[in-house]
Design a protein around this ligand. Structure first.
Ligand code: AIR
Length: 183
């Protein structure tokens, strides 16, 4: 699978579903597992190593409170990690700061509080950027995230991302305008 999603608790599942939805919309393979950085540190390290060996190119990790999960994953791999701060207390500010304030040398890309959908999209964009160097579309429309682990086609991924944005814009255009906005 191209993308691995890790949740700090089953209580994060509802919020983290958005990441899977974005990946599904782009046809990217994903796998998810619940592993707490604090409650299951050894299992987490082992899982990260297994997933990297299995071909994971990007990790998405969501956690609330003292949200160290994305940072700990980043400490165990050089694959990019996208952190999703989850609102469990303090409007999610505790989780946001825990995720975004990584020390120099171990970066974590951070999306907005509860915005797991954006984490999924960002992962697809990372795959597309990597694919343009490796596959460069030369595979001629190969399946996105093929089970073989082949690099996804960059143009195909870009097209899917653009289509999703256009769908959102079109939905906004259908919303009431002018005085209707406040009704
Ligand atoms: N969490 C779990 N282990 C370490 C942390 N920071 C987070 C989970 C969840 C919150 O703690 O990601 O958002 C509450 O978890 P629970 O399991 O008590 O519901």
């Amino acid at each position: 699978m191209q993308v691995t999603i890790v949740l700090g608790s089953s209580s994060d599942a509802k919020v983290m579903k958005g990441a899977a939805e974005a990946l599904e919309a782009c046809g990217v393979e994903w796998e998810a597992r619940i592993l707490s950085a604090h409650r299951m540190p050894d299992e987490l390290k082992a899982y990260v190593e297994v997933q990297v060996a299995a071909g994971t190119r990007v990790f998405i990790a969501g956690a609330g409170l003292a949200a160290h999960l994305p940072g700990v994953i980043a400490s165990h791999t050089t694959r990019p990690v996208i952190g999703v701060p989850i609102r469990a207390a303090f409007d999610g500010l505790d989780a946001l700061l825990s995720i975004v304030q990584m020390p120099k040398g171990v970066p974590v890309a951070t999306v907005g509080v509860n915005n797991s959908y954006n984490a999924g999209l960002l992962a697809v964009q990372m795959l597309a950027a990597g694919a343009s160097e490796t596959a460069g579309g030369s595979a001629g429309g190969s399946a996105v995230g093929a089970a073989s682990g082949a690099a996804p086609d960059a143009e195909e991924l870009d097209e899917k991302i653009r289509r999703l944005r256009e769908e959102r814009a079109a939905a906004l255009m259908r919303e009431p305008q002018n005085r209707e906005v406040f009704k």
